[in-house]
Design a protein around this ligand. Structure first.
Ligand SMILES: [Cu+2]
Length: 155
């Protein structure tokens, strides 16, 4: 096949760009560990109440300005709700659902997770600014879905 010089140049540039982007993405994912957050731990969704740590949902202080929130989600509430923590705290959320797929989004932050029955979801957020943050379920989970919300108050 006969190609013009300009066609060859454009082919080399296009394939070079594709390979270049793939290398950048691969480097970010594997070397810089910038892949999407993922946590694959499972539990029996029928036995959430008997399975640690979900047998005792609540807010636990685990270090200086460091908290662990063990939370179960079910139609149509977050347990525990109305969380209070001091400003500057790092909070590790450990969550699972007791029934259907729920969402866990904290307004004014980047926290946005899907909480599925049978899976343990973990997400960490640092709260520097005092205020009241709205926590919303953003996965349609039934007739009362739009009532499913709570708050986290940073003092
Ligand atoms: Cu929900």
């Amino acid at each position: 096949m006969k190609m013009r010089r300009s066609e060859e140049i454009w082919l080399i540039i296009s394939f070079g760009m594709i390979i270049g982007f793939m290398l950048i993405t691969g480097y970010q994912t594997f070397a810089l560990e910038m892949g999407p957050p993922s946590n694959k731990e499972t539990l029996d969704p029928q036995k959430v109440d008997e399975t640690a740590p979900f047998d005792k949902p609540g807010v636990y202080e685990i270090g200086e300005n460091e908290y662990e929130v063990v939370m179960t989600l079910e139609v149509f509430n977050f347990n525990p709700g109305n969380i209070e923590i001091p400003a500057g705290s790092t909070v590790h959320f450990i969550m699972t659902s007791k029934d259907v797929v729920h969402g866990f989004q904290i307004a004014k932050t980047n926290v946005n997770a899907m909480v599925m029955p049978g899976y343990i979801q973990k997400i960490t957020q640092k709260f520097n600014k005092p205020g009241e943050y709205l926590i919303l379920c953003n996965e349609y989970c039934g007739a009362g879905h739009h009532y499913m919300s709570t708050t986290i108050t940073v003092k």
